[in-house]
Design a protein around this ligand. Sequence first.
Ligand code: MN
Length: 202
Amino acid sequence: MPFEMIPLSYAFDALEPVIDARTVEIHYTRHHATYLKNFNSALEKYPELYQKSPEAILTNLEQVPEDIRTAVRNNGGGFVNHNLYWASMSPDGGGEPQGKLAEAIQKEFGSLSTFKEALEKAGLGRFGSGYAWLSRRADGSLLVHSTANQDSPLSEGLTPLLVVDVWEHAYYLKYQNRRADYLKDWWDVVDWKGAARRFEAE
Ligand code: MN
């Protein structure tokens, strides 16, 4: 069976004023949905891949047949990265992380504000299109990094915990060229609870 969109857990306007309703609607129903459509199309030739999870496919990208690998990297990445982007935000977001994730951030970055600066810098420094991430290494430690285009941290052996999309389509209607302002405002909708759940999973 082809993969399906995961319904948003909030309304298109629920992230306002940080992200406007029109941006969320276009981003989810057009950009994200198109990645899924093209991901499913790429897999049609090898339907056995539908038996795996999209995350497992990206984790083992080198096992994907070479003739569809680039399409899977771009469109499978586009599907999975956006799933986590929506899950990284909440209308009840903002504030500070709690529990083990808070401790790990303190340990790795020294303070929450240092971590935030690092993530903003990663997003601002990504030339062109991509993402800024908080990910977990196999040994449990945290890192801030960015990826280009629709590349996934899963393909680098990392477990992504939080992601902010810095493609222009994520912020252009409201922020135009002001990516730095979008990144600063984004903290008001960040879903720390979801990030903590992902950090403590496995
Ligand atoms: Mn996007």
